[in-house]
Design a protein around this ligand. Structure first.
Ligand code: ARG
Length: 460
């Protein structure tokens, strides 16, 4: 019985042949499925082949393998790439991961000479390379989408420059502000997010090949050549670090987490503003759903989903940090578990950013209701206290007497509150909510979008 099972196991699992030398027994099918990463790392097949082409060219140029063989392998890899792109070859679970799937496809195409490709390389430095190539590209995309959201925000800010509404602290009406000032606050958050991706790009942009399993290789490789052909800015300095480092992945997910934090805060505000209690905005129908029972309902689903998906991305971050914690040097299979969190956080963040950009573009503001809410006399309390202070009364004293008036104490003081427009306009210094200041912010923001290439490129 036992023996039968083992024969069957062996027959189902050593298709790749990497167990050929060392193992006398096949893999348990249950474990084979558990061990396989092809279900998710297939997403890296382009990067994997791109890396292999750069590697094999270098092997040929350095005469580590015959140039003819290098050429045949390169040609084979290009054709395998095309086969995978067009779906002519399917990924096979029994071939464990993306690397073995590609190796096997190459072998089927060009025969045993394909075996020379893995000279001076390990899957440990190979997967580090793939992930770095992948995140380099994805960072370009996510930065562009972030700028797209900022463009949507700045357009709204420009078009509603004169709209005044209450600014809040503790979710209590505090002082009148321009809506544009509020929107430009989010612009600043997403600009910092963009900068954060720019900053962490340099830690992704490091070429790890040549580290092999952990210690480097015994062949006269040319790492610089590989780095240059793959357009990496530099080489990893320590082979043991290079195969075990996933800090750049953690950083990427953290960057996504903070983007989601900002999206979630914005979502929450839009949800509140769209309630009948507030009535400040009307969300675009295209981003809302109805209720199956209550005909009057229009629900802010997009905002709610973004708010909830933020939790997913935080989860991805904690997953990765927990994987890394306590890992001894160097490569450990634990690191295979980095893929799903990073793919998930990337996909979730990109989708959330795109949905939010579309939604922001379609928001309608109810200017009259918003101004009305900013016109409650007590919103002028600070300004009245300021006026008293200008007349020589110590501010603390002025603060107390205005407070007493608001509480309803009788007073002989004349209380002549300024209008919301006057209050907003009296705050004219840099960064404040006065018109000149907000226009300056918008112009500077447009300048930033231009400098970062957004206004010249196609929006994504
Ligand atoms: N699938 C592996 C990963 O994602 C590739 C590296 C495997 N290396 C190894 N020695 N088993 O990390």
């Amino acid at each position: 019985m036992m023996e039968e099972q083992q024969t069957e196991t062996a027959a189902t699992t050593d298709s790749s042949g990497i167990r050929k030398g060392r193992f006398s027994e096949g893999m348990d099918p249950l474990f084979a499925g558990f061990n396989a990463s092809i279900g998710f790392d297939r997403r890296l097949f382009r990067e994997d082949i791109q890396g292999s082409i750069a590697h094999v060219r270098m092997l040929g140029a350095q005469k580590i393998i015959p140039t003819d063989d290098a050429d045949r392998i390169e040609e084979g890899l290009r054709s395998v790439l095309d086969d995978f792109e067009k779906g002519r070859i399917e990924f096979r679970e029994d071939l464990e991961d993306v690397h073995i799937n590609i190796e096997e496809a190459l072998k089927n195409k060009i025969g045993e000479v394909s075996g020379r490709l893995h000279t001076a390389r390990s899957r440990n430095d190979q997967i580090a390379l793939d992930l770095r190539l992948f995140l380099k590209n994805q960072s370009v995309l996510i930065k562009k989408v972030l700028l797209g959201l900022n463009w949507a925000l700045i357009e709204k800010a420009r078009n509603h420059i004169d709209l005044i509404f209450p600014g809040y602290t503790h979710l209590q009406r505090a002082q009148p502000v321009r809506l544009s000032q509020h929107l430009m606050a989010y612009f600043e958050m997403f600009r910092r997010d963009w900068e954060r991706f720019v900053d962490s790009d340099k830690r992704i942009d490091v070429m790890p090949l040549g580290s092999a399993a952990l210690a480097g290789v015994t062949f006269p490789i040319d790492r610089k050549m590989v780095a240059e052909s793959l357009k990496f800015a530099g080489l990893s300095r320590n082979s043991m670090d290079a195969v075990s480092d996933r800090d750049f992945v953690a950083e990427f997910i953290f960057n996504c987490s903070l983007v989601m934090t900002h999206l979630s805060r914005l979502s929450e505000e839009l949800i509140i503003w769209s309630t009948s209690e507030f009535g400040f905005i009307e969300l675009p129908d295209a981003y809302c759903s109805g209720s199956s029972i209550m005909p009057q309902k229009k629900n802010p689903d997009a905002c709610e989903l973004i708010r909830a998906k933020t939790g997913r991305v935080y989860g991805d971050l904690i997953t990765l940090l927990t994987i890394l914690k306590g890992l001894p040097l160097t490569y450990n299979k634990d690191l295979q578990e980095d893929k799903e969190p990073v793919f998930d956080s990337l996909d979730t963040t990109l989708a959330s950013l795109r949905v939010m950009s579309g939604l922001v573009g379609g928001i309608k503001f109810n200017a009259a209701i918003m101004l009305e809410a900013a016109s409650a006399p007590y919103l002028a309390a600070t300004d009245v206290a300021d006026a008293m202070a200008r007349q020589g009364i110590p501010f603390r004293e002025a603060h107390a007497s205005v407070g007493a008036i608001i509480r309803g104490e009788p007073t002989n003081k004349r209380f002549n509150p300024p209008t919301p427009e006057e209050m907003v306009e009296s705050r004219c210094q840099e960064g404040a909510t006065g018109k000149r200041s907000v226009i300056r912010q918008i112009e500077e923001g447009e300048d930033f979008l231009r400098r970062s290439g957004y206004l010249n490129s196609e929006a994504d």
